[in-house]
Design a protein around this ligand. Sequence first.
Ligand SMILES: [Fe+2]
Ligand SMILES: [Fe+2]
Length: 306
Amino acid sequence: MWLLFLPELNSTSLRSRLLTSPIFNPISIWLRIRDMAFDIDLYKERTARLRWDDLDLGSFSTNPLDEGVLRCLRYMHDVEFHTVCYLRDLLLTPAHSDPLVTSFLSFWVYEEYWHGEALAAVIDAHGESSGSQRIAPMRLGLGAKDKIRPYIMSLASTLVGSDFVALHMSWGAVNELTTQAGYAQLSQRANNPVLSTLLSRIMKQEGMHIDFYCSQAKQRLESSNKARILTRAALKKFWAPVGSGVMSGEETAFLANFLFGDEFGMESVERIDRRVDRLPGLAGLYLLQSAVTQVRSQAPVLVKTA
Ligand SMILES: [Fe+2]
Ligand SMILES: [Fe+2]
């Protein structure tokens, strides 16, 4: 609240930028300052389904979101609902034998489901179909690549062994960091108080997901040279923006341009890359900067700044 009274922050945009910043999440700050292992008991106490019953979603009927913002929300909605399918692949690896990991995943997938439902409510408030009506045809359209993915995961993790989990945790860390930054950017672009409140609640939970994946990745990469070599090589070769495996290239390019295509967006992208740099063996990959630069060159679009 004190931010509201600082004269130099007497700008809705700047104040909102600071309030939605992950660095203002006290739990994350504390964990990051201490650089301690993820506290699964604390997480189990705090996990909860996202609530939005107190938010006036009806206001969207008179104050609708811009088409660009809605397009990003549709993408995020589809990807949040797809989390359970990512879980399918993850449980095929040795990750399923680690009780700390499976405890986290049990709540993680629940929280991500409700992120999907929350975004569905916003889309629904604009008179569009959401939830199962969008998800079912999308999943049916994934085709052979999705069907053979579990076999590839199972084979690769059998060949590599437990170090394969380090790759999954590092991949998850990059994706959660990107997701949270994406919501922060969307909140800025939309400049709508109802959406910003909803997104800040989602971002708070994404902050805990970041802490888990970063903590696991750090531990596993620190303890194995093989894990560092494998993870670095795989991220460099295969990592692509969150959701790009299930959404069309056109939608991914639009999202990347819309959210990260301006000066503030690129600053956000650079922050994520610096965070990845801090993981053992992963310095200098510049995954986000490379991906955003690539999609921007493929499909340049006008980026609206709030
Ligand atoms: Fe989420
Ligand atoms: Fe998440």
